[in-house]
Design a protein around this ligand. Structure first.
Ligand SMILES: [Zn+2]
Length: 184
């Protein structure tokens, strides 16, 4: 789909973007559907959507506009409902997403994704590294300095960190390099 030279990757309405979630109404009330623009790995301008906590909506727009201006490519930003709420399927597709009412992988506590307070960007380029050496998504390789990859000190990482977001690449246990979160 093209609209004025922009490739539309996602054009859901709010109800469609949260359809089938297990989140309670008070959580849904705090969520907003944000439209973002980005350069794809095809060098074309794309438009996608993220479901985020309302307190972070303006910052997400600002950060994506910075990433666009700096030429940081994003493979796609489609609400995870399109992947049947499967983090694994979304990661495997290199999809960027935010809200998902789910637990932290391998634990019984709710992820900040469950409140729309965390966003995952280009997971195949920025895989998770577990202490046992496992990588998610499976088979992904982290190469600092390549397009769409976050690394310490780069402008794309600073777009988040300068606004008080924590980067999963700075976590001490699990290196979650595609993950950014901010508690509000
Ligand atoms: Zn995440």
């Amino acid at each position: 789909m093209a609209d004025g030279g922009v490739i539309v990757d996602s054009a859901l309405d709010f109800a469609g973007a949260v359809a089938g979630t297990a989140a309670p109404p008070e959580v849904l009330a705090d969520l907003r559907l944000v439209t973002v623009r980005y350069h794809g790995f095809d060098n074309l301008l794309h438009e996608g959507q993220l479901v985020v906590h309302r307190a972070l909506a303006a910052e997400i727009r600002e950060i994506f506009s910075l990433l666009e201006n700096r030429g940081f490519p994003i493979a796609g930003a489609v609400p995870i409902v399109r992947y049947g709420w499967s983090d694994e399927a979304s990661m495997a597709a290199n999809n960027s997403s935010a809200f998902n009412y789910r637990l932290v992988a391998g634990t019984d506590r709710l992820s900040l994704h469950a409140q729309g307070r965390a966003v995952d960007i280009n997971p195949r380029r920025n895989p998770v590294l577990y202490p046992d050496g496992r990588v998610a998504p499976a088979g992904a390789v982290y190469r600092a300095g390549e397009p769409g990859v976050f690394a310490d000190g780069d402008a794309a990482l600073r777009a988040f960190v300068d606004r008080g977001w924590r980067w999963g690449g700075h976590f001490t246990h699990v290196l979650d390099r595609h993950h950014f979160e901010k508690e509000v």
